[in-house]
Write a protein that binds this ligand. Structure first.
Ligand code: AMP
Length: 399
C-alpha cells in the first residue's frame, strides 16, 4: 500500500509518501509560504533534495503541485496518483469527541471544525489540508490521526483542573494534552524493544524538542500528561514557560502589560529563550555554558530540574516503572542534557552509562543506562509520520 501522510500548518504542507510493504519513505518534502505566488518547495527523493519556487496561493494548489511531482518524469516515484491508496492527516485537536484514529466523513469534519476554538492555530490548517486532499484526490480515503487521541485515556483526576466545575461543563476547560502520536509511537517501539506486550508496559515518555511534554503510561495507556488545555503547561520549553502560578498573568497585566502581550510572552519569549535572553536552541545554550555564560547555565538547570521533578511525580503514580524514554530533538541528540537528567534520577536507581549515552545520537535507539541500572533509561527516536501511516493502513484495510 502507498500511504500519503500530510501535516498542514497555516502556511506549510509537510508530506511523506510511504510504501507500507517495508515502511520505507518513497518521497518526502515540504511546501513553505503557502498562500503566496512564491512558495518554496523542498522535495527529497532517493536521498536527493530538489528545491523549487512554486505558485501555491492555497493548500489545494500546493497539494496539486506535490501530486504532479510524485508522477513527474525523472523524479517521480509513481506512474499515476491513483497508486496512492489513502491519505493520513495529522490533526492536532480532537477535543472530547475523538479518542481514536478514524476515516474522515462529514461527521469527523464537523468535529474538527467544532474544535477550532480549542486548537485555533492548528485545526483550521489541518482541515484545509483535508479539504485539499479531497479536492485533488476525489475517491481516495482520508484518515484523521489526532494528537490528542492517545491522551483520551487520562482519568478525570488527571485531566480536570480544580476550578469551578462550570468552566469544564460549559467551556470545556480541562487538560487535553498534545504530542500524543509521538508518545504512542515511542511506547509501541519501547514495548517491542523490551520484549513486552504493550498492554503490560509501564513507562514515562519524555518528548523533548522545541515543545516538550511528558506522559505517564500504565499498562500501555496514558494516565497523566504534562501539557494542558493548551501546549503551554508543563515542562520548560524552547520559548514556552511551562508551569507558572496563574496569578503571574494578572500581576503582569496589573503592571501594564496588555493580556495579548502576556500571552505572547509566555508562548514566544519564555522558556529557554526567556531565561537565557539569547536562544531557544539547546545547542547554543550548551556551547554558551562551556564559555561560562551564567544565564545559559540557569536556563539549562531549570530545564533539567523540571524534567526530573515530573519524572519523580509520575514514577509514584505508575504501578511499576519499566523505563524512562527520551525522544524529540533534545531527547534524541543532547548527550549532556540526558546525562544531567539521569544523574538527577539516581534516587530512583538510574545509573548513567557514559559510553552508551555518547553513542546514542542521530536516529540511534538504545539504552543509555548501565546493564545493572535499577531504572533503565532509553532513547527511542520518534516517527509521528510513520505512526500516522500505520494507523491509516489499518483503517483502510478494514474498509
Ligand atoms: P524538535 O522540535 O524535536 O525538532 O527539536 C528541536 C530542538 O532540538 C532544537 O531546538 C535543539 O534545541 C534540539 N537539538 C537538536 N539537535 C541537538 C543536539 N545535537 N544537541 C542539543 N540539542 C539539539
Amino acid at each position: 500500500m502507498n500511504i500519503f501522510v500530510v501535516n498542514c500548518g497555516s502556511s506549510s504542507i509537510k508530506y511523506q509518501l510511504f510504501d507500507m510493504a517495508d515502511e520505507s519513505v518513497r518521497a518526502k518534502g515540504v511546501v513553505e509560504r503557502v498562500g503566496s505566488d512564491e512558495a518554496l518547495l523542498t522535495h527529497t527523493v532517493g536521498g536527493q533534495k530538489h528545491t523549487r519556487t512554486i505558485v501555491a496561493r492555497n493548500h489545494t494548489e500546493g497539494m496539486k503541485y506535490i501530486l504532479a511531482l510524485l508522477v513527474e518524469p525523472g523524479i517521480g516515484v509513481l506512474a499515476s496518483t491513483d497508486e496512492i491508496d489513502a491519505v493520513g492527516h495529522r490533526v492536532v485537536h480532537g477535543g472530547k469527541q475523538m479518542s481514536r484514529t478514524c476515516l474522515i466523513d462529514q461527521g469527523v469534519i464537523d468535529i474538527i471544525r467544532e474544535n477550532f476554538v480549542l486548537g485555533p492555530l492548528h485545526n483550521p490548517p489541518n482541515l484545509m489540508g483535508i479539504e485539499a486532499a479531497m479536492t485533488v484526490m476525489p475517491g481516495t480515503p482520508n484518515v484523521a490521526v489526532f494528537d490528542t487521541a492517545f491522551l483520551a485515556t487520562l482519568p478525570p483526576k488527571a485531566y480536570r483542573y480544580a476550578v469551578p466545575a462550570e468552566w469544564y461543563t460549559r467551556h470545556h476547560v480541562r487538560r487535553y494534552g498534545f504530542h500524543g502520536t509521538s508518545h504512542r509511537y515511542v511506547s509501541v517501539q519501547t514495548a517491542a524493544l523490551l520484549g513486552k506486550p504493550v498492554e503490560q508496559l509501564n513507562v514515562i515518555t519524555a518528548h523533548l524538542g522545541n515543545g516538550c511534554s511528558m506522559t505517564a503510561i500504565a499498562n500501555g495507556q496514558a494516565v497523566d500528561h504534562s501539557m494542558g488545555m493548551t501546549p503551554l503547561e508543563g515542562l520548560v520549553m524552547g520559548t514556552r514557560s511551562g508551569d507558572i502560578d496563574p496569578a503571574v498573568v494578572f500581576y503582569m497585566t496589573s503592571v501594564g502589560l496588555p493580556p495579548g502581550e502576556v500571552d505572547k510572552a509566555l508562548n514566544k519569549s519564555s522558556g529557554l529563550l526567556g531565561l537565557s535572553e539569547f536562544s531557544n536552541d539547546m545547542r547554543d545554550l550548551l556551547t554558551a555554558v562551556e564559555g561560562g555564560n551564567e544565564k545559559a547555565r540557569l536556563a539549562v538547570e531549570c530545564f533539567v530540574y523540571r524534567i526530573v521533578k515530573y519524572i519523580g511525580a509520575y514514577s509514584t503514580i505508575l504501578p511499576s516503572l519499566d523505563a524512562v524514554v527520551f525522544t524529540g530533538g533534545i531527547g534524541e541528540n543532547s548527550t549532556p542534557v540526558r546525562g544531567m537528567v539521569v544523574e538527577g534520577l539516581s534516587r530512583l536507581g538510574a545509573k548513567l552509562d557514559v559510553q552508551r549515552n555518547d553513542a546514542t545520537l542521530r536516529g540511534v535507539c538504545g539504552p543509555i543506562t548501565t546493564p545493572d541500572s535499577a531504572l533503565p533509561v532509553w532513547v527511542v527516536p520518534t516517527n509521528e509520520e510513520l505512526m500516522i501511516a500505520r494507523d491509516t493502513e489499518t483503517i483502510v484495510k478494514a474498509l
